[in-house]
Design a protein around this ligand. Structure first.
Ligand code: PMP
Length: 398
């Protein structure tokens, strides 16, 4: 493919995120959206913010408005060390680096470890934003089969045996787009494989705190900390607009991530980091997280119930214990994009699942449904609309 000579050659691998295009129709007035992947505005601690701001200014004053260390605002690194210990990630403050959203961790890691042609292993399907972050570094991809229990370790080993894999990218808990969670046995097995093949894993964990049922699982990081970059975010448990992401990386890589960040933005917003410290240490997180979970749990139940009630028998879907998405797989031959357009005409949007597959012409019958943005009765109505659109699409192809 030729590139515009005014642009760098790496742009030939870059394209605008297909979902952003799809989401343009969502902003039409009256459209019900199961398409986005964003938190409900009512999940934000809006009413607590005056108090949080006040405490930040009283505690830090001008320091919160000043330039700060690239590694991150020290009090936040300390607070995150405590927070992460509760998720089985035992990391000291020095081992934690703060980034502008976990999206920026994905970019920075790829920038520092991927040369053109290097192999990245991903789940199939995977988070589209990760593919966008990796694209400028010109990787090649190998996809590994995934089922309801996440990536299949035997399939991963087949790739590790035959190829020089530079990086594995996984979202082990409540994956975007499928909602699947890697089982404990597979976490252990993949940790073992990382050690055996001395391979680096980027463990992207934005959703594990949004758990509505069942028990928390330890991250893959806990089985192979020398081989894993553990990345997470406050976007889903505080506010995405603050852009607070963070990672725990092996010692050899950490200084390189700092060097990369120095060149990009010097550091993440000091004020936002200070707000995050107060949110984590001022007792706000546990209360707010309980509110968020109480908001999302019934929405997810309503979506699952509506699918059982309205969707045809030959469709299957994931039943995640948390997160923001349900993944629907239609019968072979279903064109989920045709369903999408017909559903949008009727006022309901979702994302056709094919956009999450690296290989073209795969996942054509799949859909990603988000349940965080609309209330229970609207979800039921939206699922009825999509079911009608399915009927029309299948009648046309019959
Ligand atoms: N990883 C995954 C799997 C995501 O779904 C998202 C956001 N939707 C991100 C990373 C980025 O989140 P943020 O930059 O807000 O931390």
């Amino acid at each position: 493919m030729l590139t515009d000579p005014r642009l760098a050659t790496r742009t030939r691998h870059m394209q605008s995120n297909a979902i952003r295009e799809i989401l343009k129709v969502v902003s039409k007035p009256g459209m019900i959206s199961l398409a986005g992947g964003i938190p409900a505005p009512e999940s934000f601690p809006t009413e607590r913010m005056d108090e949080i701001f006040g405490t930040v200014m009283a505690k830090y004053g001008a320091q919160a408005l000043q330039y700060d260390a690239t590694e991150g605002f020290e009090p936040l690194r300390v607070a995150l060390s405590d927070y992460l210990a509760q998720q089985s990630v035992q990391a000291s403050a020095e081992e934690i680096l703060i980034f502008s959203g976990s999206q920026s961790v994905l970019d920075t890691v790829a920038k520092m470890v991927i040369s053109p042609g290097d192999i990245i292993v991903t789940e199939e399907p995977t988070y589209l934003g990760a593919l966008s972050a990796f694209a400028p570094y010109e990787p090649r991809y190998r996809t590994v089969s995934t089922d309801e229990e996440g990536m299949i370790p035997e399939a991963l080993e087949e790739v590790l045996k035959t190829e020089a894999v530079k990086l594995i990218y996984l979202t082990p808990t409540f994956q975007n787009p499928t909602g699947y969670t890697l089982s404990l046995a597979r976490r252990r097995a993949i940790g073992q494989l990382l050690q055996t093949y001395n391979c680096l894993l980027l463990e992207d964990d934005p959703y594990s705190a949004l758990r509505y049922r069942g028990h928390a699982l330890p991250p893959v990081w806990s089985f192979a900390p020398e081989q894993v970059i553990y990345s997470s975010t406050l976007s889903k448990v505080f506010a995405p607009g603050l852009r607070i992401g963070f990672c725990v990386a092996p010692e050899w890589l950490r200084p390189w991530l700092v060097v990369a960040k120095q060149g990009v933005d010097l550091h993440t917003s000091t004020l936002n980091q200070a707000l995050a410290v107060e949110y984590l240490t001022g007792g706000h997180l546990p209360e707010q997280l309980a509110t968020i979970i109480e908001l999302y749990r019934p929405r997810q139940e309503a979506l699952l119930q509506a699918l059982t009630q309205h969707f045809p028998q030959d469709f299957i879907w994931s039943r995640p214990e948390g997160g923001m998405f349900v993944w629907v797989i239609g019968p072979e031959g279903l064109d989920a994009e045709a369903v999408y357009w017909s559903s949008v005409e009727k006022g309901t949007a979702f994302v056709p699942g094919k956009y999450f597959f690296a290989q073209p012409e795969t996942g054509l019958s799949t859909m990603r449904l988000n349940f965080t943005m609309v209330d229970e009765s609207t979800l039921d109505h939206a699922v009825q609309v999509i079911a009608e659109a399915i009927q029309e699409a299948t009648a046309e192809t019959a």
